[in-house]
Design a binder for this molecule. Sequence first.
Ligand SMILES: NC(=O)c1ccc[n+]([C@@H]2O[C@H](COP(=O)([O-])OP(=O)(O)OC[C@H]3O[C@@H](n4cnc5c(N)ncnc54)[C@H](O)[C@@H]3O)[C@@H](O)[C@H]2O)c1
Length: 238
Amino acid sequence: MNIALIGYGKMGKEIEKIALERGHTISSKIDMNSQDTFDGEGFKKADVAIEFTIPDAAYGNFINCFERNMPVVSGTTGWLDKIEEIKDYCENKGQTFFYASNFSVGVNVFFEINKKLAQLMNGVDGYDVTMDETHHIHKLDSPSGTAITIAEGIIENLDSKNEWVEGVDAKDGQLHIEAYRRDEVPGIHTVKYDSDVDEIIIHHSAKSRKGFALGAVLAAEYAAKNKGYLGMSDLLKF
Ligand SMILES: NC(=O)c1ccc[n+]([C@@H]2O[C@H](COP(=O)([O-])OP(=O)(O)OC[C@H]3O[C@@H](n4cnc5c(N)ncnc54)[C@H](O)[C@@H]3O)[C@@H](O)[C@H]2O)c1
């Protein structure tokens, strides 16, 4: 399969390694000031584009792909205010878009455990739930896209929470998220249910970016063969 990489930073480079290991070809690499462009031969040859850039650039990149009928896999976080427009491109204009706030298979198992735990805790009195996430100091958005997905999983399943807040004291109905930025941490997420007598903690810690890159390449293989608005629950058949 020919893959176009949009964004050749830390993730783009990690994805390239895994894609080559899995027998794919990188036909185009588009980054700031790169020679490759959306109208270049390499991009035209691609079966799918993988986009890991910055929040401000992501939406424009998706539209550039859609205008050329190119399926897109994106892991860029911090642009979700535009999600309905992207879904519209998939549902009404025949485009394919695969998004995951986190491409790690382990994190996606964690998402499911988190939802199940919230369902169980919904019937139990005396616990309050809080979250924290830690990432490297270069991360532009806060809280992480992964933390937002975890928070949504809790809010959908726990009647006592109806919105999340970051870094400020939570009022009634609010789920508190604390975001820390430290060194080169690839990503740590913790959900804690605390009571007077005990605490229940679920925790995921990524050891490197490799798990995200593998998930993104698996998603690209899936997006090249399937149409519409896709996500990890389609790929992993949860
Ligand atoms: N979903 C996931 O699993 C996952 C995992 C890790 C990182 N991320 C997200 O992926 C994004 C990229 O992370 P990273 O660690 O590779 O960052 P990075 O800063 O190392 O790389 C970003 C790259 O995008 C390039 N870029 C900026 N504007 C561009 C544009 N208009 N067109 C093309 N390229 C452009 C930059 O020059 C840079 O090379 C971030 O939003 C991060 O939060 C998601």
